[in-house]
Design a protein around this ligand. Structure first.
Ligand code: SF4
Length: 73
């Protein structure tokens, strides 16, 4: 895994961010600013919303930089 790929898990789902693919469309942080904040480090606060809300926003990413998967239980 490249160091430009980051994973953020809340135990239920994991959000994957591939920096190289990001087109800085701002869609994620205008849509769900409680989770996505480019000024924060880490810039994704996986505790900022419930899993369903986060997954729905991740699915809106136009570049494929954001993706998510369900954690194994
Ligand atoms: S929605 Fe996707 S492409 Fe746009 S800023 Fe967020 S991660 Fe980058």
């Amino acid at each position: 895994m490249s160091d430009k790929v980051k994973e953020y898990s809340n135990g239920e789902i994991t959000v994957v961010w591939k920096a190289e693919l990001c087109q800085h469309s701002k869609k994620c942080f205008t849509g769900l600013s409680s989770v996505f904040d480019p000024k924060a480090r880490p810039w994704i606060n996986i505790s900022g919303a419930d899993s369903e809300t986060i997954a729905a926003q991740v699915d809106q990413c136009p570049s494929g930089a954001l993706s998510w998967y369900k954690n194994k239980t």
